[in-house]
Design a protein around this ligand. Structure first.
Ligand code: PEP
Ligand code: MG
Length: 547
């Protein structure tokens, strides 16, 4: 029995034989003329198009269509033509093809997050072109019995080539929460784990137990283990299905359940998932793909649509959280050695001190014309001075509920000073965890360090929560930690009064909280905080809270 851990990106429990998808890598030189390279690219584009029209999952179809468009992009053809200038057969074109993709690759990688994970889609086009020239056919995957799909990584073409009706779960060694694997699994409603290092060496047909909620895959697990995990999952789902309405503990203590969104569609999805409001509206998406700053009128239009979709409810809008690994095209930035620690979030003010004022102005204009309860907050605040600066600028424009993200260790430790400047705080546990643990949140190899269950992170949260309580400032959580039902209960036990998460997680968190009371949450929090490791913390809390 071997256990592999990764990031659970789609919940559920599955048990079945492993079906491995491996790719053949062309290791010999590939001679070709420019004309043959262009013909190969076109053939790849046609193949991707054919797979797109056969794909049953909409997001998978969209990715395949986008890939076929990239394969036909004139800029790519130009980049290849700039390398292969002679009308002759070159002895080996593999590096020329890969280099031609390098510009696109770097542009996507520098955007970080979702965009960075699309780099694999680009690499796949280059690989397919080389395969085509070398006459290599990736073995068509004959998946004919229900199986657990295991791979180093899954590309859109891989998943398009297999009959996903037989896929019980997807487990890959690479990838992140927004990778193709995660998107496909959620679309199919099957469990999935990404960043599961080592799993790709498990031989075909080995029986594998997959728990997509916990992010663990176990070979040759006992039937008791399989049944236990399946029963826990079933209980969670059943509990979720039976509870509706605003978030409450079993003793009636309210816990406001909000949703995270980045565009109007996300806000609409949140409303239909029963969110009591939006706890984090990420505004940067409106800026990142723009060559020029959106005008105040354009911004007013966007924020008005968001507020209209949440009329009468709370909407917490975060001012632009970009810079460094998410460069804003219209702000000149310098190269940084440590972008996560660089000029990002509120620190963008050091480059352009008026961008946030225009954003706040647009927010104030949209807020006045709407019935939504508009709160605004600033990201990456590290000092009380920054919090004061933000509060002064927001209040000057008539915005009343002004807060800060507590996502740097400095803000958590100094919360007595930082929160004194504002009306509320919101714990960004994704960043707080990466900074407390000094572990890059995007690096799958460090997933054991980037869990908010770590007592070091919980102690930082406890510090901030105690300061917030003393100042009578509401403190919420808007990082991924809020979406883990047991961890959500621990956070409530630490003193958090609202939880904001992606809409699909709401039902289970609501269902779980409804069966625990405040005293139990406090006991679970105390046990987790005093544990010696993230595993002990989770175990101790789960023992008190139940599954
Ligand atoms: C966080 O850091 O927890 C957070 C919610 O912000 P983001 O994930 O956008 O950095
Ligand atoms: Mg953050």
């Amino acid at each position: 029995m071997t256990q592999y851990s990764g990031i659970g990106v789609s919940p559920g429990v599955a048990h079945g034989p492993v079906f491995r998808i491996t790719r053949q890598v062309v290791r010999k030189p590939v001679p070709a003329s420019p004309r043959q390279v262009f013909a190969a690219l076109e053939a790849v584009a046609e193949e991707l198009e054919r797979r797109a029209s056969a794909a049953s999952i909409e997001v998978a179809r969209e990715v395949l269509e986008a890939q076929s468009m990239i394969a036909r992009d004139p800029a790519l053809v130009e980049a290849i033509a700039a390398r292969l200038t002679e009308d002759a057969v070159y002895p080996d074109v593999r590096d020329d093809i890969r280099d031609a993709f390098a510009g696109f690759r770097a542009a996507l990688a520098s955007l970080g997050g979702y965009f960075a994970e699309r780099v694999n889609d680009l690499d796949e086009i280059a690989d397919r072109t080389i395969d085509h020239l070398a006459g290599v056919t990736q073995v068509g995957s004959a998946l004919e019995v229900p199986s657990i799909i295991v791979a180093d990584d899954l590309t859109p073409s891989d998943t398009a080539a297999i009959d996903l009706d037989f896929a019980l779960a997807l487990v890959v060694a690479k990838g992140g929460p927004t990778s193709h694997t995660a998107i496909v699994a959620r679309g199919l409603g099957i469990p999935a784990i990404v960043g599961c290092v080592g799993v790709d060496s498990v031989p075909d047909l080995t029986m594998l137990l997959v728990d997509g909620r916990e992010g663990v895959a176990i070979t040759d697990a006992s039937l008791t283990e399989v049944a236990g995990r399946a029963a826990r999952e079933e209980a969670l789902r059943a509990r979720a299905a039976g509870v509706t309405g605003p978030g409450r503990l079993s003793d009636g203590t309210p816990v406001t359940l909000l949703a995270n969104a980045g565009n109007v569609d996300g806000v609409v999805a949140a409303a239909s998932a029963g969110a009591e409001g939006i706890g984090l509206f990420r505004t940067e998406l409106a800026f990142l793909d723009r060559q020029t700053e959106p005008t105040i009128d354009e911004q007013v239009e966007l924020y008005s649509s968001v507020f209209a979709a949440m009329a009468g409810r709370r909407v917490v809008v975060r001012t632009i959280d970009a810079g460094s690994d998410k460069p804003v095209p219209f702000i000149a930035a310098e190269h940084e050695e440590n972008p996560a620690l660089g000029v990002r979030g509120w620190r963008l003010n050091r480059i352009d001190n008026s961008l946030v004022d225009r954003q706040l102005q647009a927010l104030a204009m949209a807020a006045i014309a709407s019935t939504a309860d508009v709160w605004v907050m600033a990201p990456m605040i590290a000092t009380a001075q920054e919090a004061r600066d933000f509060a002064v600028r927001a209040r000057r424009l008539g915005l009343k509920h002004v807060g800060v993200m507590v996502e740097t260790p400095a803000a958590a430790i100094m919360a007595d000073h930082v929160l004194a400047e504002v009306n509320f705080g919101s714990l960004g546990t994704n960043d707080l965890t990466q900074y407390v643990m000094a572990a890059d949140r995007l690096d799958a190899r460090l997933s054991d360090l980037t869990t908010s269950w770590h007592p070091a992170v919980l102690r930082a949260i406890q510090l901030a929560a105690n300061h917030a309580r003393n100042l009578a400032r509401p403190l919420g959580v808007c990082g991924e930690a809020a979406a883990d039902p047991q961890l959500a209960a621990v956070l409530v036990g630490l003193g958090v009064s609202s939880l904001s998460m992606s809409p699909p997680a709401l039902a289970e968190v609501r269902g779980f909280l409804a069966h625990v009371d405040r005293a139990t949450c406090v006991r679970a929090a105390e046990a987790a905080v005093s544990a010696g490791s993230e595993l002990e913390a989770k175990l101790a809390a789960t023992e008190i809270l139940g599954d």
